[in-house]
Structure formats: structure tokens, C-alpha cells
Design a protein around this ligand. Structure first.
Ligand code: ADE
Ligand code: SF4
Length: 363
């Protein structure tokens, strides 16, 4: 089988050449592309796993500045890593990255294993990330398939199968492995991702300026914008929370990992799970205040969408009397400015911003 069901071997060669030429002339000037050290590539690929380049870039810069070498990352306190990660979401990525840095420092002498299986065995490294790092940093021939590459390949082939299906993904991976340049695998992978990000975009692909349009079946058929097909998402689980901001003598109660497993290691405010109906009744919420606590204000409903959970919540600003000390050791009572030093997950950061607004108005 040739690299593309429609492409002969010589066409495949021309396809690679066209794509690489385009990439070299049009690629974005991204910091990890300057040198081909594995560590900048590693950092970038972990950060970009579920994040666009625009969103990820400031984080990449902050991490490379604070942890210029893998040993610095390994030596860091996990809390500091999480703090720097704050706002990116999917915090398991930060924890795994920190753990992997420890393994790379201790077991691999500060190098990255060039063997695909060893790379895959590192925490937080899946087939996509392993292929991205090995190809870009060590010129190994492993094809990257991410969302951008999937879209490009399904369009090139006019493949209308559901891209959520594992067999479709397998087919895409197979085609990517046939197409990839043997000589410049890293550039080829980046070129495919870049093409998907800049030209072969989800809604309105810019086929007129596409370097590989003559090899594209979807374009021939006028179907580019309809491909790839993706079956509707499974609805997310809804959750309703009251986020309790408890204030006592100008200090606020903060706790670690209070929500769901997604956020372990992150900090937040105590949460009370309620029903959707309860969330709609501020009068009732006021009566739910624990004994000895006075409800100062209740926020309008807020929303935060996680990968599997659609969270609706209100902030309940509570005041408690100093004599009301029932503390367990996990509780921290912090002044407002001290909260800045803790990695607080996004939903609760929004709660904190709401509180800041209220305090400003009360002044
Ligand atoms: N997304 C993830 N990795 C990337 C890379 N190396 N270049 C462009 N986009 C990316
Ligand atoms: Fe994508 Fe259009 Fe290029 Fe085909 S021709 S790869 S659909 S941009």
C-alpha cells in the first residue's frame, strides 16, 4: 500500500517536499523550535497536550525561565509547579511532568530515553507526546497524530468515518506513519500540526492557499468543511456546588484538594454539593449556613466546564466568629494576599475574583 491510498510513491515524495517547503517558509517562530534540545521540546509538548499554542506560550515561557533544566524542575516543590501551572487545567499533567522530571534526572542522568517504549513508560507521556519528542529532539521516525493531524489526514483521504472511533484513529495513525518523512520526521510532524492550525482549520479551511491541495481528496469532492465527522459528545455530568468562602478576622479558609480527583494537589475553598434545584434558591442557601456562620452575600450562579463535568456553582461568603474554632489540621486561615501563593483551581479563582469585587464595592 502506498502512503496514501490515492498517492503513488513518487507523489508521496512530492507531498512531503511540498509540505516541508511550506513549513520552513511559514512556520511560527516558537521558542522550542530554535534549538533541538529535548527539554524545551518536552516542556512544550506537555503544555500543549490539551492547549493551543496561543494559550500555552506564556506558560511555556514561565516554565523555561523558572526551570531552565530538567534537574531544576525535578528539584522544585510540587506546589510551586502547580502554582505556575494554575489556569491551564488538567493538573495531572503538571504532577506527572514533575514526577517524570524526577525519573529523568535520577534514572536517566538528565537525558531523555530515545527508545519509544521507555519514553512511553514515563508518567504523562502517551503515544502522541512520545512521538512528538522523539521526532523533534532525536529525529526518530514516529508519526504524531493529534487533533490537527487527524483533521488533515481525514481530509486528504476524504475519510468520513467517525473520528471518535478507535479503528478510525488506528487508520489515521497508520496513514501518518506511511506519510511521514524519513529524513525530517520532526519537521514533518510539526508541519502537519502547523498546517492543521494555520491552513486546514476546523470550520473554513483555506484550501486556496494550501501547499498540498493537489493531493487532497476532500477538496476535490468539495467536502473539506464536512470532514472529519465526529459523533456527538456524551453529555457531561452536571454538578452543583456551593463554594464557601469563610471569613474570620480578615482571614479566609483554604483547603487542599477538596473537590474531585481531577484537582488533587490544588487548593480551593470548602464545597457543599447541592442539587440543581437548591442552587436556584438563594433563600434556602442562606439557611444552609453551618451553625455560627453568618451569610454575608451569595453570588449569582457561575459555571465552569471541565473535561467530564459541567459545574454550576454559587459563592457563599460567610463570616464566622473568632471563638468558633473547630479547626482540623488541613485548614489554612490566610490573609487575602497570602492566597496568591497557593495554586487554586480555576472555578475557585473565579469565586475569589467575585469576592474581590464585593469587597471593593463594600469599601
Ligand atoms: N502543538 C503541539 N505541539 C506542537 C508543535 N510542536 N508545533 C505546533 N503545534 C503544536
Ligand atoms: Fe485541508 Fe483544504 Fe489543504 Fe485539503 S486542501 S489539506 S482540506 S486545507
Amino acid at each position: 500500500m502506498s502512503a496514501h491510498p490515492m498517492l503513488s510513491p513518487s507523489q508521496t515524495t512530492r507531498f512531503r517536499r511540498k509540505l516541508l517547503e511550506w513549513f520552513r517558509a511559514n512556520k511560527r517562530d516558537l521558542p522550542w523550535r530554535k534549538q533541538k534540545d529535548w527539554y524545551p521540546v518536552y516542556l512544550a509538548e506537555i503544555i500543549l497536550q490539551q492547549t493551543t499554542v496561543e494559550q500555552g506560550l506564556p506558560y511555556y515561557r514561565a516554565f523555561i525561565r523558572r526551570f531552565p533544566h530538567v534537574s531544576a524542575l525535578a528539584a522544585a516543590d510540587l506546589q510551586e509547579v502547580l502554582k505556575l501551572w494554575q489556569g491551564l487545567g488538567y493538573y495531572a499533567r503538571a504532577r506527572n511532568m514533575h514526577k517524570a522530571a524526577g525519573i529523568l534526572t535520577d534514572r536517566y542522568g538528565g537525558c531523555f530515553p530515545q527508545d519509544y517504549k521507555q519514553a512511553l513508560a514515563l508518567p504523562g507521556i502517551g503515544p502522541y507526546t512520545a512521538a512528538a519528542i522523539l521526532s523533534q529532539a532525536f529525529n526518530r521516525v514516529h508519526a504524531v497524530v493529534d487533533g490537527n493531524v487527524s483533521r488533515v489526514i481525514t481530509r486528504l483521504l476524504a475519510l468520513e468515518d467517525d473520528i471518535r472511533r478507535a479503528d478510525t484513529q488506528k487508520r489515521i495513525q497508520h496513514v501518518a506513519g506511511l506519510l511521514i518523512s524519513r529524513k525530517y520526521p520532526g519537521d514533518f510532524n510539526e508541519a502537519m500540526m502547523e498546517l492543521g492550525a494555520l491552513v486546514c482549520t476546523p470550520r473554513a479551511p483555506l484550501c486556496a492557499s494550501c501547499p498540498v491541495s493537489r493531493y487532497c481528496r476532500a477538496r476535490d469532492l468539495g467536502k473539506a468543511a464536512q470532514i472529519p465527522y465526529k459523533s456527538p459528545a456524551v453529555p457531561k455530568r452536571r454538578q452543583y456546588h456551593l463554594v464557601m468562602i469563610r471569613e474570620r478576622e480578615n482571614r479566609i479558609l483554604l483547603r487542599q484538594g477538596n473537590d474531585h480527583g481531577l484537582l488533587a494537589g490544588m487548593w480551593g475553598f470548602p464545597v457543599r454539593v447541592v442539587s440543581g434545584k437548591e442552587l436556584e434558591q438563594p433563600g434556602k442557601i442562606e439557611q444552609m449556613a453551618p451553625d455560627g456562620l453568618h451569610t454575608k452575600k451569595i453570588s449569582p450562579p457561575m459555571r465552569h466546564v471541565y473535561s467530564h463535568i459541567d459545574l454550576k456553582y454559587r459563592v457563599v461568603w460567610l463570616e464566622e466568629r473568632p471563638e468558633n474554632r473547630d479547626d482540623d489540621k488541613k485548614n489554612l486561615w490566610l490573609a487575602r494576599h497570602e492566597l496568591e501563593h497557593y495554586p487554586i483551581h480555576k472555578a475557585h479563582l473565579k469565586a475569589l475574583h467575585w469576592l474581590d469585587q464585593q469587597m471593593k464595592e463594600a469599601d
